[in-house]
Design a protein around this ligand. Sequence first.
Ligand code: KG4
Ligand code: ZN
Length: 339
Amino acid sequence: MNVLGIETSCDETAVAIYNSEQGLLAHQLYSQIPLHAEYGGVVPELASRDHIRKILPLITGTLAEAELEKHDLGGIAYTKGPGLVGALMVGATVGRSLAWGLGIPAVGVHHMEAHLLAAMLDDPAPEYPFIALIVSGGHTMLVKVERWGSYELLGETLDDAAGEAFDKTAKLLGLPYPGGPQLSALAERGDPHHFKFPRPMTDRPGLDFSFSGLKTFASNCYRQNIDDDNIKANIASAFQDAVVDTLTIKAKRALDATHLTRLVVVGGVSANKNLRAHLAKVMQERNGEVFYPRPEFCTDNGAMVAYAGFLRLQAGYQEDLSVMVKTRWPMDDGESGGL
Ligand code: KG4
Ligand code: ZN
């Protein structure tokens, strides 16, 4: 069976085709980053309009890349939530309608479950059970994954997501949107010990996160030392170390609490080199293993949606004829990723 996957939850229009026997056949993506950069963040109305412009050419292009016709499709998966309502509506409307026109099933996919399953597209894929550390622009979560569809939320951020904190601190330092990767590059030139940033919520039990205080801390350091030439690189370096340390401490805590040895790290921030180096060291010390999706599947993409949709279709899930999206959607409710 060929499953078409459509992702339009935020600022990336992405399409892919997953084949049940051959795996991923094709994937294409159009990034809206340049469109939003001049506003310093995603403008929801512009995002929706741009998804509308790009979605059909991307579907046509992905079918051509896979050397398939639309009648070769056996199902269509689209991101149903969480995300921006207008942006989600574009993918859901196109996906649901196309499936209806072709007489094939459509299935809505949870964006965070799709991120998590992106690691399964790799070879070798991690074996279940494992702890997933999901670190994206909108979410920071620790999830115990017993098997596909069994997701226990162990902890999440109480305010900003890790990627959001990277982006906001980068903006403060005058770096263009989305600042995460640029802040990380700047951090390499800085002294991580010049400023001493806190490790939020690590001094008490529990697996929740809070990153908004780090942004305020960075802002105070900046205002008090504005004349220092190396100030930006030093702040970037100490900030990055604080986020990486905090994520590592909580990931270790989750592994200890569940007696699991495998860690799967997904979402945009999992591309961070410093985080990867830190986790590699920690997991080696513990005789554990750490897995990541391939780089292009760390951030939003269609492949993860096609694959998550394939699993759900195979298990008999499908949408009725209504077009439904969910801007907020807990990952462990019975209706979403949690089966
Ligand atoms: O998963 P993703 O593409 O989008 C969401 O679903 O939110 O993640 C995007 C986030 C952005 O906040 C971006 O700044 C961050 O991931 N990011 C990074 C790096 N690459 C992307 N943050 C830190 N270091 C990086 N190398
Ligand atoms: Zn995402």
